[in-house]
Design a binder for this molecule. Sequence first.
Ligand code: 6R9
Length: 647
Amino acid sequence: MSDTISVHPVPESWARSARVDAEGYEKLYGMSLADPGSFWLEQSRRLDWVKRPEIAGDWSFEEADFRINWFADGKLNVSTNCVDRHLAKRGDAVAILWEPDAPDEAPRRYTYRQLHAEVCRFANVLKAQGVRKGDRVTIYMPMIPEAAFALLACARIGAIHSVVFGGFSPESLAGRITDCDSAVVITADEGRRGGKKVPLKTNVDAAAQHVRCLEKVIVVKATGGDVPMQEGRDIWYHAAAADVPADCPAEPMGAEDPLFILYTSGSTGKPKGVLHSSGGYLLWASLTHELVFDYRPGQVYWCAADIGWVTGHSYIVYGPLANGGTTLMFEGVPNWPDASRIWQVVDRHKVEILYTAPTALRALMREGDQYVASTSRQSLKLLGTVGEPINPEAWRWYYDVVGEGRCPIVDTWWQTETGGHMITPLPGATPLKPGSATRPFPGVDPQIVDGEGKVLHGATEGNLVIARSWPGQMRTVWGDHARFFQTYFTTYRGKYFTGDGCRRDEDGYYWITGRVDDVINVSGHRMGTAEVESALVLHPKVAEAAVVGMPHDIKGQGIYAYVTLNANCTADEALRAELTRWVRTEIGPIATPDALQFAPGLPKTRSGKIMRRILRKIAEGDVSSLGDTSTLADPSVVDDLVKNRVG
Ligand code: 6R9
């Protein structure tokens, strides 16, 4: 197959000037696997340590002595690494460059010196509210600079942040506050996205109805919208900040002390609290950011993700700031007021590196090239993508139309669990093939295994596992270490299972084929089918629900729900709309079903297992190849499903 695929060689200028060229990559990669101890101790020097580590990795993926530790004898503080250490040389350089939602509003800039004062002040406000090392703080914020200050303030005092995406519903927020038992929530009066207001504070109030542990809500004034404040619980950030000093000592943290929790969807109904460490995580975020984007301080770098996702954590905040970079934070959406907004922001701030998601590219591509052509984009040097497999058409559009054939594309495969990039090109080292995440980053040992766990060699296809630990790896599922081991290390003994399918071609290039578990990737956002099913069955009229992914032109995958109603309930358009809205309210807009089919019965085996394979085929519209249906308890339900397919 790969012989029909175009290969884009490394441009000569990149091979000459980049931090890592092809030979350099082979050398680094070889060393990282041959002598990981020395390799990682050497790499650890890129961070500022209160106490330098003398041991690198200490880990085992086997049940008997399962453990994951990196630099465990080292001590550091993540916020001083991202802020204080740049003050001497880069104090007046811009750390955060903020572009507001509305194009006619002025951007804001924070130098490293200003960032230092803001982070310290925020840290002091948290301390004044009683937050201590190890406490969990939930952050439910729009894309404003205060969100970054809040993350770094937690890191400064050793509190563990848990960011909840601003698009999640009060119910989802409540579940996440309760799961990590956080007494403090940081939010804003309202958020703004694409000209619309997001009622964040009101959502927190609604969530608080279902939460026992919540004691304080710190509210940043973002829009000035009128919001009720609850006496004794709610605090205006600006008022509290006026009373505290702009300096705050940083808490020395063990490298293995937790930095943050981030909830993500898995195969079960309950989102997992992915926990990341301080030292290993920061090292991974910073090293990958520097090598994958070939980043040099002074360059304006833009990761167009939201801070509510891991991409925002590692590549808006921690990676670029650890590297003394200028990180652009964008409050808005790429296609508002129109489809040229993203390119206008590139021009306005002379962005050199742009990192975005295939779903955004497909949506913009559909609007037509004129929105791109009307802008200059001459500042762009490098393009990146993340979140889902990028289809070759979108890749070529990004490369030819956006980058005018000038800019390499780094297609970075990684996960919330991995902390940072795992399989990705390095722009000065790796020839590109559209649609392939190419080769492993130094220290990453990918393998492709079959269903039984047999390692497959050469050009092959199967399930993607990682055979050894890397510093950025998650350390546990918050509150459920057994689930951590069970989820990731038991499918293929002694290996980390990614949940992704993958093909490797004859050049050793990796091609991610998508999730092989019950996770749907909607616009690059992970949605567990079980989560949507749980939300549906909460509705009084729903008896049973089954949810699968379906192909979607823009989103990559859409959500297809099959719903069986309780007796005496009538399936009609009004109920269809109501159930769709219901899921949206329960989880959030990203979980809105794209298709909802009423099903008198679901295809089940005689032991009662829903045969999702059949449901997936029907959702895909591929009804001619339903495969073996003979094990079904009642094969006739399939005929009805096929007949009444939606879409
Ligand atoms: C960073 C992030 C992880 C899942 C992952 C995979 C998919 C991410 C990809 C990609 C193909 C890429 N994925 N990047 N698939 N090519 N470049 O997205 O984390 O939200 O945890 O999602 O996303 O399926 O397993 P997360």
